[in-house]
Design a protein around this ligand. Structure first.
Ligand SMILES: C[S@@+](CC[C@H](N)C(=O)[O-])C[C@H]1O[C@@H](n2cnc3c(N)ncnc32)[C@H](O)[C@@H]1O
Length: 210
């Protein structure tokens, strides 16, 4: 049975982490976060949604002349991302909104790119979040997830990740979620999964919709 994520706990936990998030997770998860931007299409004037934007650890990585909307369930994170964006002068337009990724308040087919860095293992209903991502993405648009994903069924590591999940969920994410499988089950066309981060513990997962 999968480890349960409590959204109220996560919201409070990440609001608590907010002032020092970048010193801990920011550095640790930085390589995958930077590498995933290699897969962001370089067209100008794209409409990009970043879900679970956190304190804005990715903001300076966006290429110029794009319209970026960052959402997060934590108001403290959104406030911090807003302050960071105000210090940047890279020709991008940034908008930040407190919003639950389970219920994206955008019309269908709105975004050219949807990005989520280390978010899908922090949500209560990852299938619903993937379906929402798919709904708001334009046909042919790009999904970029960077995340840990559970190892293959039957593998030694997979069983360890299942055992560790109840511990790690207290720290802020679950380790027993097969992210690639969830994306596929939700209707996302998964194109590529690239290993990243220390000991190859992360994957950059690229997807699209018909
Ligand atoms: C591990 S942090 C990742 C932050 C950032 N994307 C990064 O690259 O480090 C997870 C973020 O997702 C947010 N989050 C968790 N559940 C969410 C939800 N249901 N909707 C929107 N954001 C959520 C948390 O508040 C937190 O800022």
């Amino acid at each position: 049975m999968k480890c349960k994520v409590n959204p109220y706990y996560m919201e409070r936990l990440y609001s608590f982490y907010c002032p020092f998030y970048d010193y801990v997770f920011g550095q640790l998860l930085g390589p995958g976060r930077r590498q995933c931007f290699d897969y962001l299409p370089r067209r100008p004037h794209q409409k990009i949604l970043e879900i679970g934007v956190g304190p804005g650890s990715t903001l300076e990585l966006y290429p110029p002349h794009n319209d970026i909307i960052g959402i997060d369930i934590s108001a403290s994170m959104i406030e911090r991302a807003q302050k960071k964006a105000a210090t940047l002068n890279n020709g991008n337009s940034f908008t930040f909104l407190v919003m639950d990724a389970n219920r994206l308040d955008f019309p269908d087919n709105t975004f050219d790119v949807v990005m989520a860095a280390y978010v899908i293992t922090t949500v209560q209903n990852p299938h619903q979040v993937c379906q929402e991502v798919l709904r708001v993405l334009k046909p042919g648009g790009r999904i970029i997830f960077v995340n840990h994903t559970r190892s293959q069924n039957g593998s030694y590591w997979g069983r360890i990740e299942d055992l560790l999940a109840p511990v790690f969920v207290r720290i802020g994410f679950t380790t027993d979620l097969d992210v690639i499988r969830v994306m596929k089950e939700s209707g996302i066309i998964v194109q590529q999964a690239i290993r990243c981060n220390l000991l190859n513990t992360g994957r950059i997962i690229l997807g699209t919709k018909d």
